[in-house]
Design a protein around this ligand. Structure first.
Ligand SMILES: Cc1cc2nc3c(=O)[nH]c(=O)nc-3n(C[C@H](O)[C@H](O)[C@H](O)COP(=O)(O)O)c2cc1C
Length: 355
């Protein structure tokens, strides 16, 4: 989850504490937020980055901490494309302009995209990427993968969802190109596949590579689940191990009419991609209930589940959920530094009849 707290792409103590508490809370895998592979590929001025070697150093203790506390450190690599140069959510989630220069000394920058089509009304028109731009950004993903490895991350997820650059290539709503990068579905997915190959040539075979896709755009004329299943097969052939099935984000800020939100509303996408593309999947979105989450896994709808906001509310959710499902209130899996005391307190409370 983007924190918008980085300075020039550099991680700091905030990221250590923010991510570290999820490792302590029992999460099996902790992803560092969308991390830009080029400076211009940041969504906001506060995004993390791995576009140069100097940015590796601050990430090393964070990845180490997560890996050493029984979790696995992952990182999400990203390029925002036409959604670059945006204000942080609490500054309006609108394009950066001259006001931001006076308010925060943060200048707008030119965004690029597969086609010169603005993200939404009132957004600047992005510059259409040249063949050279495309090839450079593909290489930048590979270089950021090499830096991720040097920082100590064990899993990479590529951000190819929610209307960011790779999704812009995948979706006919944002991609109107007529060259080999647009038009047919094979051409639209070429960028994603080339990014996967570029990462794979810089990322150890034994380390998983995941892609987060928007399984559907929820919009007529956009990406539908059938196309995503074929994309998943192509990505698998290019060395991708898992598809994280999210949805939406390509067509402006309004929620699409077809998108109905309920608990686990994106789980069917993870299930269908897993079954039909024969690739591991991760389910995400509006998950919080222990039994509901467990059923996703035990019934084989997905191989993993991802939680975002629920863990902001309670970073110990995985530990509590384990205790609940296993009927094990004894804080057995908690870090001993707190679990030991909590077990002791529990025994006392029970003895006193207070709990
Ligand atoms: C503060 C915040 C930051 C987010 N940043 C990212 C991000 O960097 N990359 C990403 O793929 N999704 C991001 N998301 C979306 C979440 O990963 C997730 O898909 C979404 O919140 C739905 O899951 P949830 O219902 O468990 O929160 C973010 C969500 C929140 C609330």
């Amino acid at each position: 989850m983007s924190q918008y707290r980085a300075l020039d792409g550099f991680a700091n103590d905030w990221h250590m504490v923010h991510l570290g508490r999820f490792a302590l809370g029992g999460a099996g895998l902790v992803y560092a937020e969308a991390t830009a592979v080029e400076a211009d590929g940041r969504r906001t001025h506060g995004d993390l980055g791995l576009w140069n070697d100097d940015q590796i150093e601050k990430l090393i203790p964070i990845a180490n901490f997560i890996n050493n506390e029984g979790s696995v450190a992952g990182i999400q690599l990203s390029h925002a494309g036409r959604k670059a140069s945006e204000r942080r959510p609490w500054h309006g989630e609108t394009p950066v302009d001259s006001e931001d220069v006076s308010d925060r000394n943060e200048a707008p920058w030119q965004a690029c995209a597969p086609s010169s089509i603005a993200y939404a009304e009132g957004w600047p028109t992005p510059v259409k990427m040249s063949e050279t731009d495309i090839e450079r950004i593909i290489l930048s993903f590979g270089k950021a993968a090499r830096r991720s490895k040097e920082a100590g991350f064990k899993v990479i997820e590529v951000y190819a969802a929610h209307g960011f650059l790779i999704h812009q290539f995948l979706s006919p709503i944002a991609n109107h190109r007529t060259d080999r990068w647009g038009g047919s579905v094979e051409n639209r997915r070429r960028f994603a596949v080339e990014v996967a190959k570029s990462i794979r040539s810089n990322w150890p075979e034994e380390h998983p590579l995941a892609f987060r896709l928007s399984a559907t755009d929820w919009l007529d004329g956009g990406v539908e689940i059938e196309e995503t299943i074929e994309t998943a097969k192509e990505l698998k052939a290019a060395g991708v191990d898992l598809v994280d099935c999210s949805s939406g984000g390509i067509g402006g800020k309004e929620r699409p009419r077809r998108m109905v939100i309920e608990q686990g509303f994106q789980v069917p996408f993870a299930e269908q991609v897993r079954r039909e593309a024969e690739i591991a999947t991760m389910a995400v979105g509006f998950l919080w209930d222990a039994e509901f989450c467990e059923e996703i896994l035990t019934s084989g709808k997905a191989d993993m589940i991802a939680l975002a906001r629920e863990l902001l509310d309670d970073p110990n959710w995985p530990l509590r959920t384990f205790a609940k499902l296993e009927d094990n209130p004894e804080y057995k899996l908690w870090p001993i530094e707190s679990g030991w005391w909590l077990m002791k307190r529990n025994r006392l409370l029970q003895k006193l009849g207070l709990r």
